[in-house]
Each structure stands twice: as structure tokens, then as C-alpha cells.
Design a protein around this ligand. Structure first.
Ligand code: SF4
Length: 561
């Protein structure tokens, strides 16, 4: 191990004649509070309360105490901190007008209700699961339900008294909210077509299931420096470049199908794409390697500043070679095999529409607007899927739904029924390409409306640009964030909007967005360029998007995205 704890240093000696000067005080280099270097004392309040009581312990208090005593009895460090480890965030208070950002604890913005996130982990949602998720929404969440851009489900309006019953129902169908938020391994991405796609390198779902089974809910993996995002897929249909750890299907010339290991991706205010470690991992070794990388991040990750403690900062500082060396020598105790890079894809695969599967059946992908569904819609979906003789659905990281294993003679019937319940399988490019975060409607950190804005904006975009639909041979993605945190991945969209309040000539502030243009994953990998002059008021979004798209169509070169 070549990393060394920082030394106390003094100013260098000087040969110059002694002149009266102030004695320089010894300066102490700041540490990043890495556990592996012996820095175990918490250096910020979050690390302190994580040390005081492991966040996973809050589950017992929720079931045995808070659900009985009610919201007012909840300890503040549980409410705004440890609850996240159980997938619970406090929800923004109703009536917020966008002009007051609250105090540092979020006071005055909180309601007594919670947002609850349910992990999907790339799992198949059978009819029982669909009906359980939909039923919980109707019974406890005012029929709210959103599909997040990490394939998870998100409820709103959850009351603490109902949480044990929600967990009981989810548990009965093998689903959970554990570690859905917080400084831990969050809901993991898996290919929506795992085991079914004609062109997948391998079916990686067994490795993903095993990671969840072995490691989720275990205390030793649930106090990481910061959130930790995982992607495992034998098909390149996931945004693997922006995950903390990703396994991507690749064929090794000697060893055959396996997975290429990437680390250190993440967006937010300082975006980084993940980097390859150059290691090829056989499918059966993926859980062990995931554990080793996760423990490396746990021990070496920076714990001093909350703004600098994602894995991406450590990966950037050490570089992929050093990360691989530490991984092999200190955590795995063996060398990993070198392997080739996967061929980058040129097209986003959101799985909307109809695809033939390798078993001869079909997948039918549908597009809710920016992931907004409802409990009622999910129950209707389950009925439609059952009538079509199918039983399985997955979500996608583009906030879409896909029905799997549909017999050819049932496809048309299913397509018609999905259309009727508001899930079109042949949407306009605008509906297909729009993605948002939660925004002002429920998120305490938001400056602006996002999902509700997109839902209102979509008919306008569809009308304004109806004449362009046939000319768009490549999709145009439009992503909206409510703040700089980039939950909707704005830096990877063709047109990304970062929510902010914009000062008006009369000194008032209005909801608007900073524009980022030209972001992409895959073969054209690159972050969208922030165009400083392009700040758009929310009311002018339609105008702006139309102008950009018409200029792009008029001026683009052949095959230019
Ligand atoms: Fe909330 Fe900001 Fe994330 Fe949107 S991007 S959900 S506003 S934290």
C-alpha cells in the first residue's frame, strides 16, 4: 500500500539574513478522513450521526416506535438522515411558492409526509408485484407513483403510521425499500431485456440478484462515504458510464462472454464518466468483485466534505491503475484478468416499441410521460398484461415500462389496451425523449417544477413540432432537473435544463433553467456544454426547444446527432 497518512509540515528554512517576521505556524495538511489511512473520527455531522448509531437500525424504531407515536416523535437525525436508508425522504410542504429556500435543515419546507422509494434492482415484476405496488399506491400514497430514472418506484404522501404495513406487503412479494437512499448501495440497474435480448453478450441477472441477496441490508456495506450506484448488464442498454461501479457485457477473445469493470462515474454538480479498469470478470465472480470494490470505496473514500465524497473523486485522484492495484492486492488477493473494451453503442436503447426476443416472443415497451404513472394505472397494466397471456414487466432507466414475453398473436391487443390506459407504445419523439426529476412538486431541494412542467409542456411540443416527427431519424432527448443535483441526468441529454431562479429586470425572481446542449452516452460520450447565455424562463421552454430543434434539423450534417 503506497498511500501514506499526511504529515505535519513546517515552512521551509531560509538562508536569507534573519529579518524580524512573524513565526509561521506549522500548517497541517487537511486529510480526507479516509478510514483506510486511520482517520476514523467523524469530521462532519453526517459522519457523526452515522457513527453514533448505524443508519440501518432506524428500521426497528420505525416499526416499534415512530409508527405508533406518530411524526412528531421522530428524532431529527432519524427524520432527515437515517430514514433515507429505509427509502424515506421528507416531502416538501404544499404551497411553496419558489421564493424561499428554507434554512439549512430544510425547515419550513417539510411536510409531515414522506416520499418512499422501492428498489427494483432490475427484477422482473410479475402480476403479484405489479398489483402490490399499485395497491400500496392507492391505499397509502394518494394514488401517486413515479418510475425513477434508476428503474425504481417512488411514492408520495406516505404517512409514518402506514410504513410497517407497506413493508409487510412489499416483503410478501420479495421487494424492499432498504438502502433505496442514503450513503449506501442504492437500487441497482439491470437490463430490462436480461435473458431475452437477441444481441446480449450474456444474461447478467443472476449476478445482480446475488449482489442484492448477499449484501443489501448488511451493516458492513451500508455506511459508505456517500451514495453508491451500480449497473450490471450483458447488454448495453443502461447508462453505465455514470455509475459508481458498472459491469458491462463483453466477449473475451479467449474466455468468452463476461463483464468489463468500470468505476467512478457520477453526475451532480461535478460530473465524471466512469473509467475502465481493463479487467474482465466472469459472471460468477461479479458479486465478489462488487464486494471488493465497494469495500475499497468504503475504506478509502473521502469522508471529510459531503461535496467531495462520491467514489468519482477518489478514482480521479488515484487513477484506474492504482485503484485496480489496491483492489487486487488488498481486497481480492488475486489478479483480475485483462480484457477488451466493449464496443460503444451509437443509439440509446429505451426499449419503447415492439421487439422480437430470442425465444420468439415479443417485448412491448410503453412510454409514460417522464415516468409518471399511478397506482390505478399499474393495476390496469397488470390486468392488460394478464389478458394478453403474459406475466412479466420490467422498468427501464429511461422512465419507461416494458412488457416481456408476449405471444405474437397477442401483441396488437396489448398495444391497444396500453394506449387506452395512457401507455402508448408508439409515442411522439417528444414524449419518448423527455425525462425529469421529481422537482418542486415534492422535492425539498428543488427551485423549479420539472415533472409537472413536462406533463404540461408535452402537448405544446407535440403540436408545435408535429411536422418534424417524420424528419427526426435520431431521438432528441430533453431532460429537466429541479436543481444542480442532476437526478435527471441533464449533462447527458441532447438538451438539458438545470432548474434555477432567474433574476428579472424588475428584480423579482422567476422559475427558469440554465441550458446544457449536446450531451451523450455511448459512442459520442460527452457532457452537454453549458451555454451561459442560454437561460430560459419556464414559460418560454416550448419556444426555446422548438428553436434549437429546427436549427439542428436545418443545419446538421448527415448522421449528426
Ligand atoms: Fe430534487 Fe434536485 Fe434531484 Fe430534482 S435534481 S429531484 S430538484 S435533488
Amino acid at each position: 500500500m503506497t498511500l501514506t497518512p499526511p504529515q505535519t509540515t513546517t515552512a521551509p528554512a531560509s538562508d536569507a539574513p534573519a529579518a524580524p517576521r512573524k513565526r509561521s505556524r506549522p500548517t497541517k495538511r487537511k486529510t480526507e478522513a479516509q478510514w483506510a489511512l486511520g482517520y476514523r473520527e467523524p469530521q462532519n455531522p453526517v459522519e457523526q450521526w452515522k457513527k453514533d448509531d448505524h443508519p440501518l437500525n432506524v428500521r426497528g424504531r420505525i416499526t416499534d416506535l415512530y409508527a405508533e407515536l406518530g411524526h412528531d416523535a421522530i428524532d431529527k437525525n432519524d427524520l432527515r438522515g437515517r430514514f433515507r436508508w429505509m427509502g424515506l425522504y421528507t416531502q416538501r410542504a404544499e404551497g411553496y411558492d419558489g421564493t424561499f429556500t428554507g434554512d439549512e435543515n430544510g425547515d419550513l419546507l417539510e411536510s409531515p409526509y414522506f416520499m418512499m422509494r422501492v428498489r427494483a434492482d432490475g427484477q422482473i415484476l410479475d402480476l403479484d408485484r405489479l398489483r402490490t405496488i399499485g395497491g400500496i399506491s392507492r391505499d397509502f400514497a394518494r394514488d401517486t407513483l413515479d418510475i425513477t430514472n434508476r428503474q425504481n418506484f417512488q411514492y408520495h404522501w406516505i404517512e409514518i403510521e402506514n410504513v410497517p404495513e407497506i413493508w409487510r406487503r412489499l416483503g410478501e412479494v420479495g421487494m424492499q425499500t432498504t438502502s433505496a437512499c442514503g450513503d449506501c448501495p442504492r437500487g441497482m440497474l439491470g437490463s430490462p431485456l436480461a435473458g431475452l435480448a437477441v444481441d446480449e453478450v450474456l444474461d447478467a441477472s443472476s449476478a445482480l440478484d446475488e449482489i442484492v441477496r448477499r449484501y443489501i441490508g448488511k451493516p458492513e456495506y451500508a455506511n459508505l462515504p456517500r451514495k453508491y450506484k451500480t449497473s450490471v448488464s450483458g447488454l448495453q442498454d443502461l447508462p453505465h458510464e455514470i455509475n459508481d461501479i458498472a459491469f458491462v457485457g463483453v466477449n473475451h477473445p479467449e474466455h468468452g462472454p463476461g463483464l468489463d469493470l468500470w468505476v467512478g462515474g457520477g453526475l451532480s454538480t461535478v460530473p465524471h464518466f466512469s473509467v475502465r479498469l481493463g479487467a474482465w470478470v466472469p459472471l460468477e465472480d461479479v458479486p465478489d468483485v462488487w464486494e471488493a470494490v465497494t469495500c475499497l470505496f468504503r475504506d478509502y473514500g473521502y469522508r471529510r466534505l459531503r461535496s467531495k465524497n462520491r467514489f468519482k473523486f477518489l478514482v480521479k485522484d488515484l487513477g484506474p491503475e492504482k485503484i485496480r492495484e489496491i483492489l487486487e492486492t488488498e481486497y481480492l488477493g488475486r489478479k483480475l484478468l485483462d480484457g477488451p473494451a466493449p464496443e460503444p453503442v451509437t443509439k440509446v436503447r429505451d426499449h419503447v416499441g415492439i421487439q422480437k426476443l430470442k425465444n420468439g416472443k415479443f417485448a412491448v415497451g410503453a412510454a409514460p410521460v417522464s415516468g409518471r404513472v399511478s397506482g390505478t394505472m399499474l393495476l390496469q397494466l397488470a390486468d392488460a398484461v394478464e389478458r394478453a397471456g403474459a406475466t412479466e414487466v420490467r422498468t427501464t432507466p429511461y422512465q419507461k415500462l416494458i412488457v416481456l414475453n408476449v405471444e405474437e398473436d397477442k401483441v396488437d391487443q396489448l398495444v391497444a389496451e396500453l394506449e387506452e390506459i395512457g401507455l402508448p407504445t408508439n409515442p411522439t419523439p417528444w414524449r419518448r425523449g423527455i425525462m425529469t426529476c421529481t422537482g418542486l412538486e415534492y422535492c425539498k431541494l428543488a427551485f423549479v417544477e420539472t415533472r409537472r412542467r413536462a406533463i404540461a409542456l408535452l402537448p405544446e411540443l407535440e403540436e408545435r413540432m408535429a411536422d418534424l416527427n417524420s424528419q427526426l431519424d435520431v431521438p432528441v432527448t430533453v431532460h429537466l432537473n429541479g436543481c444542480p443535483n442532476s437526478c435527471a441526468r441533464i449533462q447527458t441529454a441532447d438538451i438539458g435544463f438545470k432548474g434555477q431562479l432567474i433574476e428579472q429586470p424588475d428584480g423579482t425572481k422567476a422559475e427558469g433553467f440554465q441550458v446544457h446542449l449536446g450531451g451523450s452516452l455511448g459512442a459520442d460520450l460527452g457532457f452537454g456544454r453549458k451555454v451561459r447565455q442560454h437561460k430560459v424562463l419556464s414559460a418560454d421552454l416550448g419556444d426555446y426547444i422548438e428553436r434549437v430543434v429546427r436549427n439542428y434539423i436545418a443545419q446538421r450534417e448527415e448522421n449528426e446527432r
